[in-house]
Design a protein around this ligand. Structure first.
Ligand code: HEC
Ligand code: HEC
Ligand code: HEC
Ligand code: HEC
Ligand code: HEC
Length: 325
């Protein structure tokens, strides 16, 4: 071994370099492991328990962060043909025959996030629907990490969220004689006949594009109806918040006495600005104002818990869903 080195000095220098480079190598490896561990869990169990699945992290999760692991939810994955031989392009559900339905069969996630309509007037994000995913228990309130809302047993997403756009048309509160499909014509098949002046403070939430909705509604009321009865998967209407509007009567009708007057806190614009990278706070501190909101800032509602709406009481049996309407 000694003949490789001319002198003892060379030997020491070599040993010194070896130690430095091995040390450097180890340090780099450690860094890589740390970065990797922080960015993406290396195994399935760790990924299932990834903090982003839980509150409060999920409340300020950017879609991109979820898609690192769940890219498949936005991949086109509709079968051309069912195993029994029914072709997708030849089978349409009733709502797919509506004037405003467009495009080939597509998946649920793509329809809500990437479809023509979704892009035109919706701004849904993963966490508009997914408020948590606890692999231990899909029952509400049974563990400190379970979703704290009064959501339905074993549902991963609170159906109240779906009900906002998939509830029945509430002809009763509108004073219409019956369902829109039967009586719409009396009003020129036009929601704006009345809604040009009634409940005009609407859709100012972080998952909708209010101006684009009004434009679409002017083109065809089918667009309005599409979210207010035209695609009703539920037998009940959603008890919408009743925002004050210009020219509103001071007397509150009985059915509206228990209605909130503002959207759910997590949906308010100030809770989550249009750019997910820079969430704003409800009452930004002077410091936050000058420095600008940073991605690390918690969503406004993470700080104060959103009160569960007393008007909505869901149960599993499908009865008495809605308390005073
Ligand atoms: C580090 C990777 C990773 C990230 C980031 C991640 N998840 Fe997951 N998620 C997983 C794994 C792994 C599972 C377990 C899948 C299974 O059991 O089939 C899972 C399960 C789920 C499930 C249940 C799936 C099922 O089939 O039951 C949902 C819903 C979900 N995640 C939503 C989200 C959302 C929303 C985000 C972003 C806020 C997110 N995940 C971020 C890895 C991740
Ligand atoms: C419109 C509401 C909505 C939005 C927006 C949404 N999801 Fe989902 N997601 C659901 C529902 C409903 C299910 C089915 C839940 C069940 O089976 O109980 C689901 C299921 C899932 C699953 C389970 C696997 C599967 O494909 O069924 C994953 C993973 C998931 N979502 C991730 C995401 C990610 C990531 C995003 C954002 C890119 C997202 N979701 C956006 C409502 C939504
Ligand atoms: C902000 C409004 C909104 C919310 C919230 C919403 N949807 Fe939808 N949903 C729509 C619109 C609009 C369409 C029509 C999209 C299209 O035709 O491209 C649709 C379409 C659908 C379809 C038909 C998809 C198809 O292939 O044609 C199903 C099923 C559905 N929604 C279920 C749900 C469920 C379940 C939830 C809750 C987890 C939900 N939606 C939440 C607006 C919404
Ligand atoms: C004949 C007039 C009229 C027509 C036509 C009409 N509405 Fe209404 N609508 C009303 C009135 C009145 C209210 C209740 C106003 C209030 O809060 O006092 C109302 C309330 C609503 C609400 C809130 C319901 C709630 O429970 O808070 C929605 C959503 C709505 N209308 C959507 C529509 C859509 C979509 C159309 C067209 C498909 C339509 N309306 C057509 C008069 C009408
Ligand atoms: C993409 C789905 C979608 C479309 C399209 C849509 N709405 Fe809505 N609408 C909603 C949701 C969700 C809410 C509740 C938002 C909130 O929590 O404040 C709402 C709320 C309302 C309200 C209650 C207003 C209040 O006091 O807060 C009225 C009235 C209404 N919509 C009428 C209309 C009319 C008229 C059109 C067509 C011009 C229309 N909607 C189109 C989803 C939709």
């Amino acid at each position: 071994m000694s003949h490789y080195f001319e002198t003892d000095h060379d030997k020491h220098e070599f040993a010194g370099r070896l130690i430095v480079s091995v040390g450097l190598g180890l340090a780099l490896m450690l860094l890589a492991v740390l970065v990797f561990a922080a960015e993406s869990p290396t195994n399935y169990a760790a990924a299932r328990w990834y903090p982003l699945h839980f509150k409060p992290a999920i409340e300020r999760a950017d879609d991109k962060e979820c898609l690192v692991c769940h890219a498949e939810v936005l991949k086109p994955s509709v079968r051309a043909q069912s195993p029994a031989g029914v072709r997708a392009d030849q089978s349409l559900a009733w709502y797919q025959t509506l004037e405003i339905y467009s495009g080939a069969q597509d998946t649920f996630h793509r329809r809500h996030l990437l479809g023509e309509m979704a892009k035109r007037y919706m701004n849904l994000r993963c966490n508009t629907c997914h408020q948590g995913h606890d692999p231990r228990d899909e029952a509400p309130g049974t563990s400190v990490t379970a979703q704290a809302t009064g959501y339905t047993l074993r549902k991963q997403v609170d159906p109240k969220t779906c009900l906002m756009c998939h509830g029945q048309f509430n002809a009763e509160v509108m004073g219409l004689p019956g369902p829109w499909a039967e009586h719409g014509e009396t009003f020129g098949n036009n929601c704006l006949t009345c809604h040009e002046g009634i409940r005009t403070t609407r859709h100012n939430v972080n998952f909708l594009k209010p101006r684009a909705i009004e434009e679409a509604g002017r083109e065809s009321s089918e667009h309005c109806y599409g979210c207010h009865g035209g695609r009703a998967w539920y037998r009940i209407p959603f008890p919408y918040p009743r925002h004050a509007w210009e020219g509103m009567d001071k007397d509150i009708p009985d059915w509206a006495k228990h209605r909130p007057t503002q959207s759910e806190p997590r949906f308010r614009l100030e809770a989550w600005t249009s750019t997910p990278a820079a969430p704003a706070t409800v009452n930004p501190s002077p410091a936050a104002k000058t420095s600008g909101a940073t991605p690390a800032q918690p969503r406004a509602m993470a700080a104060g818990k959103a009160p569960a709406s007393p008007e909505l009481r869901m149960n599993v049996k499908g009865k008495n869903h809605v308390r005073p309407l």
